[in-house]
Ligand binder design. Sequence first.
Ligand SMILES: Nc1ncnc2c1ncn2[C@@H]1O[C@H](COP(=O)(O)OP(=O)(O)OP(=O)(O)O)[C@@H](O)[C@H]1O
Ligand SMILES: [Mg+2]
Length: 822
Amino acid sequence: MQDFEKLGMFYLGRQFDLAAGRRRDDLMLYDSKDLVTHAVCVGMTGSGKTGLCLALLEEAALDGVPVIAVDPKGDLGNLLLTFPNLAAADFRPWVNEDDARRKGVEPDQFAASQAELWTKGLADWGQDGARIGRLRAAADFAIYTPGSNAGIPLSLLRTLDAPPAALRDDRELFVERVSTTATSLLTLAGIDADPVRSREHILISTILSTAWSAGTALDLAALILQIQQPPVQRIGVLELESFFPSGDRFGLATAFNNLLAAPGFDVWMEGDALSIDRLLYTAEGKPRVSVISIAHLGDRERMFFVSRLLNELLGWMRTQPGTTSLRALFYMDEIFGYFPPVANPPSKGPLLTLLKQGRAFGLGCVLATQNPVDIDYKGLSNAGTWWLGRLQTERDKARVLEGLEGAVTAGGGSFDRGYFDKALSSLRSRVFVMNNVHEDRPVVMESRWAMSYLRGPLTRDHIRQLMGPRKAQAAAAGAPVPPPAPAVTRAAAIPASQAGPAGASPRPVLPPEIQQFFLPRAAPARPGATLAYVPMAIGVANVVFADARAGISHTRAMTLVADIDTRLGSVAWADATALDVPVGDLGSDPEGDARFNAMPPAASKARSYDGWAKELKTWIGQTQTLDLLKSSQTGVVSAPGESERDFRIRLQTATREQRDQALDGLRKKYAAKLAALDEKIRRAQLSVDRESEQASQQKLQTAVSLGATVLGALFGRKAITTSTLGRATTAARGMGRTMKESQDIDLAKQNMAAAQQQKAELEAQIEAEVGTLSGALDPSSQSLAPFALKPKRTDIAVQIVALAWAPAWDVGNGSLTPAWKP
Ligand SMILES: Nc1ncnc2c1ncn2[C@@H]1O[C@H](COP(=O)(O)OP(=O)(O)OP(=O)(O)O)[C@@H](O)[C@H]1O
Ligand SMILES: [Mg+2]
């Protein structure tokens, strides 16, 4: 069991023998990488779609693949009902008491029977509490409830953030983002607007596009304001007032204002901001399964939420580097209404783009529906895997098959309609025909028992109960932790010793070799205070941190301002303040009539600055480090500026990619050898059987199947086996006729034994290789060690050490307050 868990093989169930009406021993292992081309699951109500898809999400979580699951029906929260002890008491709070009543048993008793049912169900499918324990440990599970406080609220309307630059730069995507956001906002406000013709849509789009192009976020209040006072005077060639008179605009503004003022609307402003990154990973970089329940929302609100989410997902996706492995999953339990063939709701465009582009970024979409008639099959032609369950009517069946045919032929495959027609007619609950373009033929499978307790839809109270402790914790944690202190400490105030005598003293005249700068004033003028300039030292340096082996070359630009000790004539670089302003932006003239503090004697001599430059270089060499992290397993080093969280996430993706590549390598290396041996065994077996008149299809089947091992998943249904199978079968038929002699049988038996021995050896070899693979690449076992780089002395370039005039406010009590820091 544990073997395939580490290999990105999703255990979805067992293969199913339709003719015999029972499941086979062969595990239905699904190569997770295949999900980057998305999947569709169609079947009538009760056919087991949600059960199958939850099993898929469980497998994803076990493999450390984060998931966002949109839940219109309320039963995906069952993913949080996982009990490693499988005890009746664990089930008790979650059992459906109506079910108990209907059965005429006490709830306690019912809980005990449910616990038993789950224990047995899991055991039938080779699973146990330990596996549930691993599932719980592998990811963080949470339920979000936009527009409600039951779960974790999501604030959707606090801001309408500008999409990331990567998306803004793609004209087509940007326009789509603006348009779908405008449509979804109008939908929410109850205005049915045509994107091309309606002036409401055009105005909102113009407002969004103007703000976002500049990288500015809007909120609802700003939007209402801008509807009344738009940022443009013309729309197209028309004057704004004739295109959309202010009186009419006021009506539109009122519609949004009513939305804002509606009771309960404030919940849309509360909670975590909608951030895909946060939905996919915890603050520590652990994968998450974020169930977003929208069962409590009305149709308009659902559409608004789903299209916002899809847009965010698209924006997030575009900022990710490409990958060939599965990076994250997006699951939607019912797409009816969000992906229709003719209409164009705001959810459709982004979903279509996700399906088209998700593959390159490793974002797999899994879409389920019980309404096969009203979905856009053209859009679904990008979906590589189809699970077809029991369907209600011939019309449904015909429609799905048409859709699947489109997808299969679009992928260059050939479609055996007769096979599907027949297979689909005899499916029972939880049995699906799976067609995966990455495999050479469809398979019939029965979904495995779900580890999650499928109690059905969760109530608000259930969700509250599940998320309560977590919300309390978040509230207790309070404000976010401040960022770590920078390497250079910031001086608080100028010591009184430096405050010179009051009264105007003119700017001192200095030798021309001494460069002078004026620091910009940040603090506003104080009533009654006068401006003074205090002489300080400024140092500008570039420090290069390089490590060729780790592939790092990072330059840190430093601008430091430090006190000059009047008595010692030295500069305290250790107490310097880092300045954000580039030295080129510093002024060369004082502001108005300020007085100048007395110069420390050393500061008037040019050669002091040379000494201070040397000291600065030494200080940098002694104190500055580039603090990175290094993976103990792979030796990969974090990038400068990359947080531990982001580094961990990157490592997870990288290790998954490596693992998938290694598996592909194994496939290439062994597939042909295995197939050749199989063919040899089959030939021998057949001839033995024919001659002993024991030929049986059953045996042939056993010989063909690689059995319920990892090897089966690695080599089982991929193209190479079938072609061999075809050849082997024909060859065997011919052989059966010609081999008559008994010594031929003996020979065949010997041949078979030898071939079987060879195959056993080969399998052992492959299994050993698989074993080392999974151990080394387990993404969860990454341990990180600090990796600090020091600069070489030759890599420290002190460019300027000069005199800096620092503005300060003199309030007349003998002490000065620095005015160059906010
Ligand atoms: N993998 C599974 N493990 C255990 N029980 C299952 C599994 N799949 C389905 N079931 C049982 O079958 C019932 C119906 O299955 P499911 O809810 O998955 O159907 P569905 O196709 O999603 O229906 P709908 O379209 O109405 O949502 C479930 O309530 C559950 O009791
Ligand atoms: Mg369902």
